[in-house]
Design a protein around this ligand. Sequence first.
Ligand code: URA
Length: 200
Amino acid sequence: MSALSELYQEIARCQLCEIAKYRTKVVPGEGPEDAEIMFIGEAPGWHEDQQGRPFVGPAGQYLGQLLASIGLRREQVYIANVIKCRPTANRDPLPMEIQNCRRWLERQIEIIRPRMIVTLGRYSMAMFFPGKSISKIHGMAQKRDNVIYYPMYHPAAALHQQSLRQAIEADMLKIPALLAEAKSVPEAKPQPRQLSMFEE
Ligand code: URA
């Protein structure tokens, strides 16, 4: 069994938060174990809770369009959330839920070792850029230990607000060059890799 499948089984057994009792399905995340780029959203919504898959509702459709704008299909990237269970009535995640769930995201990052981590929205941004404001730092890449961290607005917010929509679409277009730069450093991800996803 792959490391990710084992992790998904562990996540499915997790009952640390009250919301675990009310979920239809847990939403661990999905994508290839050797993905070069990882997108991290906030929390599952109604559609995700029904299907057990991240970003499958309206925000997910928009994320798919954004990926297509840079020549990517969602199957080529890893998609996860800060928390893996749907918060009751779609409320914001609680600090304790984020704290409890952090271990799973950390394990996903350890297994996948992406070259680039894109945070979608402020909860995901706060894990990597604590204390920062998304309106100030969206679209600004930061390299740490050969991994590029890149904050973006959340697609659900951008869907309904024209100014954010322009920003998220412009920020997305910067990703191919950033990823190419991240991959130009050979030791960041030592495993043999397939053709670059932007060259296919
Ligand atoms: N919003 C998120 O942050 N994550 C999802 O999976 C769906 C909507």
